[in-house]
Design a protein around this ligand. Structure first.
Ligand SMILES: [Mg+2]
Length: 236
C-alpha cells in the first residue's frame, strides 16, 4: 500500500533511489527561530530602555507569539513609537545573524528524528541554508551537533552562503544547479515560498514540502504540487 504521508513517501523513494539526496533548509524549516527572536526582544527591552507599555508587552510575549519579524510582532500589538522600532530593527539585525544567537534555536518537532530516518534509508541529508559561513558557520555546526542532527557522518552535508551580502535566492539557485551531481534529489523542505518554488521547478520528480512556520512578506503563490506540513512528526 502506498504511504499517505509525504514524509513516508520520501523515505520509501529513498530506499529505491540510486544515491538519494534530501535537501533541508534550516531557519524556520528544521529549526524554529522563535527562541532566538524572543531572546533578542527581551534583551532589547532590558538593555536599551523602551516605553513602559512596550516593555510590558515584550515581557508577556512567548515563543508562540514570534512571527517572521520582531518589529511587526510589536506593531501588531499597537506599538508605533518610530524611534523604538527603528532601534529594535538595528538591534535585531546585529544579533540575529550571528553564531551566538543562532544556537538559541530549537529543532522543529520531529526534525532530528526525520533526518536520521533519511540517513537510515541511505539518503544524503543536505542542509542548505541562507546562513553565511563567516557569521554563522561555527554556531550552525555547534547547534546541529548539540541537538543530535546527523552531522559528522559521510551522508550529511552542510552548505552555507559564502558571504552575508549574497541574496539567499541567488545562492540557492547556484546550489540547485550543482545538486544533481550529488545524486538523485528525492525531497526538498523549505519555509520560503520563493525557494520552494525554485526547487519545485528545478526538480520535477522530487517531493517538495513547504513548512508552515513563518516566511517573508508578499510571497508568490506556491507551486501547485508543493505539499504543506506543520512539522516532521510521523504517525509511526
Ligand atoms: Mg528558512
Amino acid at each position: 500500500m502506498a504511504a499517505d504521508d509525504i514524509l513516508d513517501q520520501i523515505l520509501d523513494e529513498c530506499r529505491r533511489a540510486d544515491r538519494p539526496v534530501v535537501v533541508f533548509d534550516l531557519d524556520s524549516t528544521l529549526f524554529s527561530t522563535a527562541a532566538r527572536n524572543l531572546r533578542i526582544l527581551t534583551e532589547f527591552a532590558a538593555e536599551t530602555g523602551v516605553p513602559p507599555a512596550m516593555a510590558a508587552d515584550i515581557a508577556r510575549l512567548g515563543v508562540d507569539d514570534m512571527g517572521w519579524n520582531v518589529v511587526q510582532d510589536l506593531q501588531k500589538r499597537g506599538h508605533a513609537d518610530a524611534d523604538s522600532l527603528a532601534r529594535l530593527r538595528a538591534y535585531w539585525f546585529e544579533r540575529f545573524f550571528t553564531n551566538e544567537y543562532c544556537q538559541l534555536d530549537d529543532p522543529m518537532p520531529g526534525a532530528v528524528r526525520y533526518c536520521h530516518d533519511c540517513c537510515d534509508v541511505g539518503a544524503t541529508v543536505y542542509y542548505l541554508t541562507g546562513r553565511d559561513e563567516p557569521g554563522m558557520g561555527d554556531g550552525t555546526r555547534a547547534s546541529l551537533r548539540k541537538h543530535g542532527f546527523p552531522f559528522d557522518v559521510p551522508h550529511a552535508t552542510l552548505r552555507l552562503k559564502p558571504r552575508f551580502e549574497m541574496a539567499d535566492l541567488e545562492f540557492k539557485r547556484e546550489v540547485v544547479a550543482e545538486l544533481p551531481a550529488f545524486g538523485e534529489i528525492v525531497g526538498c523542505f523549505e519555509n520560503e515560498p520563493v525557494n520552494a518554488n525554485l526547487f519545485a521547478a528545478a526538480f520535477p520528480a522530487a517531493h517538495m514540502v513547504f513548512l508552515e512556520t513563518v516566511h517573508s512578506p508578499d510571497p508568490p503563490p506556491l507551486h501547485p504540487r508543493i505539499v504543506r506540513r506543520r512539522d516532521f512528526l510521523r504517525a509511526k
